[in-house]
Design a protein around this ligand. Structure first.
Ligand code: IPE
Ligand code: IPE
Ligand code: MG
Length: 264
């Protein structure tokens, strides 16, 4: 059976089969939710939950490395999280700064490439410098790619890519007919990484909250009630096990997928 790609953005049979077959996702994105409720359920201030969340981040990074996942994208601060009380926002910024400083050595030693995605121009000068130097230090690493989404929004990402392309059209560098899906993808965050295969949300809610919208167009979604600070190695492996049981069809029928797999 031949399934002909209709446009450059569609998959070849081989690429499709590869995607359908994988039991370990190449790219996992996690909405790390539930820190505040975790702390409040113990009668503690929300910030204690964020601090406990850092430990869960460390565990998730090490589990991702152990499982051979290529890219891990963690939602740390959304473009909407500025709406929180000033005190919580500044505590989160401070935490982000100290964690970057403290964890960098180990990440680098473990060959992790750190990539901060989001509009960092709203952060303090000090934090922006810290981000730039952390990314520069690890840029040649070839292990896990750790994308940390900070002041990130899926709509912002699509808009900034569209804006760049619009400017190119305006300046005559490209024509409007070259403003394609492919071209837009090339200007999004994480453009050189595989699209998101698995998106996990902890904390019991069933929504995407403006996380990677474009890149997760065909992601498998796994929602868990586990609050982020309790998300451990087993919970991560359970989510990947659920992923492995899903039949990804990418618009095809189930029997087309079975035939394609049998032929490869
Ligand atoms: C996620 O946990 C972390 C951030 C958004 C920074 P929350 O802080 O949203 O925790 P809940 O959802 O209020 O429990
Ligand atoms: C999503 O969690 C953002 C992060 C995990 C950083 P939120 O707690 O901000 O999401 P909503 O507000 O419940 O949708
Ligand atoms: Mg929340």
């Amino acid at each position: 059976m031949s399934i002909e790609p209709q446009s450059s953005s569609e998959f070849s049979n081989e690429a499709l089969c590869e995607l359908v077959k994988q039991s370990i996702p190449k790219h996992v994105a996690i909405i790390m939710d539930g820190n505040g409720r975790w702390a409040q359920s113990q009668g503690k201030p929300r910030v204690i939950g964020h601090k406990a969340g850092v430990k869960a981040v460390r565990r998730a990074v090490s589990t991702a490395r152990e499982m051979g996942i290529g890219s891990l994208t963690l939602f740390a601060f959304s473009s909407e999280n500025w709406r929180r009380p000033d005190k919580e926002v500044s505590l989160l910024m401070e935490l982000f700064f100290t964690v970057l400083q403290r964890e960098l050595k180990l990440l680098h030693k473990n060959g992790v490439r750190l990539n901060i995605i989001g509009d960092i121009s709203r952060f303090s000068e000090r934090l922006q410098k810290q981000i730039a130097s952390a990314m520069a230090k690890t840029e040649d690493n070839t292990g896990l790619v750790l994308n940390v989404a900070a002041n990130y929004g899926g709509r912002w990402d699509i808009m900034q890519a569209a804006q760049t392309l619009a400017e190119k059209v305006e300046s005559g560098e490209m024509s409007s007919s070259q403003f394609t899906e492919e071209a837009l993808s090339q200007h999004l965050c994480m453009q050189n990484q595989p699209e998101v295969d698995l998106m996990i949300r902890t904390g019991g809610d069933f929504r995407i909250s403006n996380f990677v919208l474009w890149q997760a167009a065909y992601a498998e979604l796994v929602f868990t009630d586990v609050l982020w600070p309790d998300f451990d190695e087993q919970a991560f492996k359970d989510a990947v096990a659920i992923f492995a049981t899903r039949q990804r069809r990418f618009g095809l029928t189930g029997s087309q997928i079975e035939t394609l797999q049998a032929e490869q």
